[in-house]
Design a binder for this molecule. Structure first.
Ligand code: ATP
Length: 289
């Protein structure tokens, strides 16, 4: 038996940090939603008791550093499974982009192994296991749209965002999430209004959603990498209604409801960035069926 899973990227409509906790993590409030740019994960049983990671993408580690590997090892150890698997990762999501590519791969492996080994775990149980691998894995187990609190592992489902086009642009720079958080001065942060964004989603208001987008990490990454600001201003010039950096960056996304404008933004950005994508928001948990 071979299991196929899609591992979609996420974007942050809101990313707020409240305070630094005693365990070193920041207490966050994030609103995340999945987009239809997805890695494809193929899981096949092996005769030998090992976890083998295969990917043609040279930026994807093929050992214990891979979050998909860590997901398989955790499930194997927790449920005392003595069988091996090969996990093939067809990478579509840019690596180290702020789009949770690795976390989504890990979540897809949790869902896939749950099926392969008939573990009959609920998504809630998989999300708890996922939190041990990384803060974004719990959200990725469900996909769709959600408010994530705690260090990102407490998930509350939200209505899907109004339908729109999303243009993603990733400059060719590496951003260290750790460095970004180290430079975060909570006294100087301008907090986005999470409750107003939740209201906009309930009201199905595209304008409200655009107005309430915010990410406290954006000014810090911009200070470190001015390219992010340049991409933002190009996106606005080409007609995006709202523009924001996702996660700790460096990917910037812009929104529009008009297909011709989406194409114009995409074409315009391709002059500045190697990696540009036009995608749709998925919004609901549909990919997981
Ligand atoms: P997040 O938005 O959750 O902070 P990200 O999109 O910024 O994540 P990833 O694409 O997950 O970042 O990659 C971050 C690092 O993790 C990479 O440099 C890579 O070495 C490592 N990594 C581990 N597993 C994977 C994976 N399955 N796919 C891609 N990178 C992975």
């Amino acid at each position: 038996m071979r299991i196929l899973e899609k591992a979609p990227a996420k974007i942050n409509l809101v990313l707020d940090t409240l305070y630094k906790r005693s365990d070193g993590f920041h207490e966050v409030e994030m609103i995340m939603t999945t987009v239809d740019l997805a890695d494809r994960i193929e899981i096949s049983p092996l005769k030998s008791d090992e976890i083998r990671i295969v990917s043609e993408n040279r930026f994807v580690p093929n050992d214990h550093r891979n979050l998909a590997y860590q997901a398989a090892r955790l499930i194997k150890n927790t449920y005392h499974i003595r069988e091996g698997v090969e996990i093939y990762i067809e990478k579509q999501i840019p690596v180290a982009a702020g789009l949770a590519g690795g976390s989504s791969d890990a979540a897809a492996v949790l869902r896939g192994l749950n099926k392969l080994w008939d573990l009959e775990l609920s998504l809630e149980e998989l999300a708890v296991i996922g939190a041990e691998i990384g803060s974004d894995v719990s959200f990725c187990v469900y996909g769709g749209t959600a408010l994530a609190t705690g260090r990102g592992e407490k998930i509350k489902e939200l209505p899907a965002p109004p339908s729109c086009w999303v243009i993603l642009a990733k400059p060719t720079i590496g951003v260290s999430t750790q460095t970004v958080y180290q430079n975060l001065n909570l006294d100087k942060v301008e907090h986005p209004d999470v409750q107003r964004m939740i209201q906009a989603l309930h009201d199905e208001s595209y304008e409200g959603m655009c107005e309430e987008m915010g990410n406290v990490l954006e000014p810090i990454t911009i200070q470190l990498h001015s390219e992010v600001e340049q991409i933002k201003s190009h996106m606005k010039d080409f007609g995006a209604d709202a523009v924001l950096m996702s996660g700790s960056g460096p990917t910037v996304f812009g929104l529009t409801q008009q297909e011709t404008r989406a194409q114009r933004i995409y074409n315009g950005l391709r002059g500045f960035c190697d990696e540009v994508y036009i995608v749709r928001m998925l919004g609901t948990r549909s990919l997981l069926d």
